[in-house]
Design a protein around this ligand. Structure first.
Ligand SMILES: Nc1nc2c(ncn2[C@@H]2O[C@H](COP(=O)(O)OP(=O)(O)O)[C@@H](O)[C@H]2O)c(=O)[nH]1
Ligand SMILES: [Mg+2]
Length: 368
């Protein structure tokens, strides 16, 4: 009896190797899933190993099957049997194999949602430990729920009831075109009209006339005063003028984080403020690498909060997790459209986890 091992990336592939070697009379003795070695071995494609031999009289059952279903291709039947054997092994003999497949699928899902691979691996590690300690039923639903929970507990958001209470002075900083001015308009409308707070708006975006006019239009519509500032002294005066306000929202010109002179000017303008609650506004459609660079470079102005804009335009939300992880800042608002004042929401960990876990991905079909 000649016995030989065949390795391939799928069972049908391995079986066809067997067939090429032994002809269609080969019999499959054993099938197993083997893992490749290496640090990331658990996330690589699996290999299947088939132990096969040339047919002996013991292999009769296969012939009977063939007679019963004359049209069925022998190698297909062999592949099916081999696959069944693998599944049986996974489900009963090596529980660990099934587990690793699930976690691998989850890892691929997270990376697909643009989570940094390192962070995705870390999250998977965490839910693997959770699975062990809770002796959890290892199915897709459990893994999704555990990921959701873990993501939600690792994202810092602000308690909505404290917004606008910590500080009365809220500057918005960030790159151009991310939605700073629109967000100020939305917040002004919400605070002034719904929360009945006394709001004043200051704009330091004097580079484009249109920018001042854009905000002036909103201020007039909502019925709140607007002051335009050019210098740090103007800024001081504006804040003094608005002393009686519950809330002062400050718009700034979009700055490129790579332009250090612009950044220094902005810093000088905001340095005169007493305990400002500075918010960095970034767009969810920006790649994670740039987002983290932006977040780092704006550190010279020192800010504690992040607003993520344009979540309506983004197709994945892992960047919010990456950003939160790297900066350890609080995410305060998400904006989800151009409409003032409606398209803004208070950021909540569960909502962000919903966004990340709600991506389109075939969990059950995903292989390797
Ligand atoms: N789709 C979408 N567009 C937005 C959002 N926020 C702002 N915008 C649009 O982005 C563009 C730039 O907004 P603007 O507030 O002027 O950005 P700024 O340069 O940071 O002040 C405008 O066309 C806004 O209507 C949002 O959440 N979703
Ligand atoms: Mg603007």
């Amino acid at each position: 009896l000649i016995v030989k091992r065949f390795k391939a990336e799928s069972i049908p592939e391995a079986v066809s190797l067997v067939k090429n070697h032994f002809g269609s009379n080969a019999i499959i003795l054993e099938t197993r899933k083997v893992r490749k070695r290496g640090v990331f071995g658990r996330f690589r494609r699996p290999l299947y190993e088939v132990l096969a031999a040339e047919e002996t009289p013991v292999a009769k059952p296969y012939e009977q099957d063939k007679k019963a279903a004359p049209d069925a291709d022998l190698s297909q039947i062999q592949a099916d049997i081999a696959e069944i054997k693998v599944n049986v092994c996974q489900n009963f003999k090596h529980g660990g194999e099934k587990l690793s497949h699930l976690f691998k699928t989850a890892y691929h899902y997270l990376v697909e949602q643009d989570l940094e691979p390192d962070l995705a691996e870390q999250l998977i590690g965490e839910i693997q430990r959770k699975a062990k300690s809770e002796n959890a039923p290892l199915d897709v639903e459990w893994v999704k729920k555990a990921l959701h929970e873990t993501i939600a507990t690792s994202i810092k958001c602000v308690d909505p009831s404290t917004i606008g209470e910590k500080s009365a002075v809220i500057p918005m900083i960030g790159p151009t075109g991310v939605g700073k001015t629109t967000t100020i308009a939305k917040l002004t409308a919400n605070f002034a009209m719904l929360a009945k707070k006394k709001v004043g708006i200051v704009t330091a975006d004097t580079y484009r006339i249109a920018a001042v006019e854009q905000l002036k239009t909103y201020a007039d519509l909502i019925g709140v005063p607007l002051m335009v500032v050019y210098t740090p002294d103007d800024m001081k005066k504006a804040v003094q003028t608005f002393q009686d306000k519950d809330l002062i929202l400050i718009d700034t010109a979009g700055r490129s984080q790579k332009h250090s002179l612009q950044m220094k000017e902005l810093k000088a303008l905001l340095d005169v403020l007493d305990h400002p609650e500075t918010h960095l506004v970034v767009s969810a459609t920006t790649r994670s690498k740039e987002l983290i660079n932006i977040a780092d470079r704006f550190e010279i102005i020192s800010y504690d909060n992040i607003i993520v804009s344009k979540i309506d335009e983004a197709i994945s939300y892992g960047c919010i997790y990456n950003l939160g992880y790297h900066t350890n800042k609080t995410v305060t608002y998400l904006t989800n459209g151009q409409n003032v004042p409606d398209d803004i929401e208070v950021a909540e960990p569960n909502r962000i986890a919903d966004l990340i876990m709600g991506g389109r991905f075939a969990w059950t079909k995903h292989k390797g």
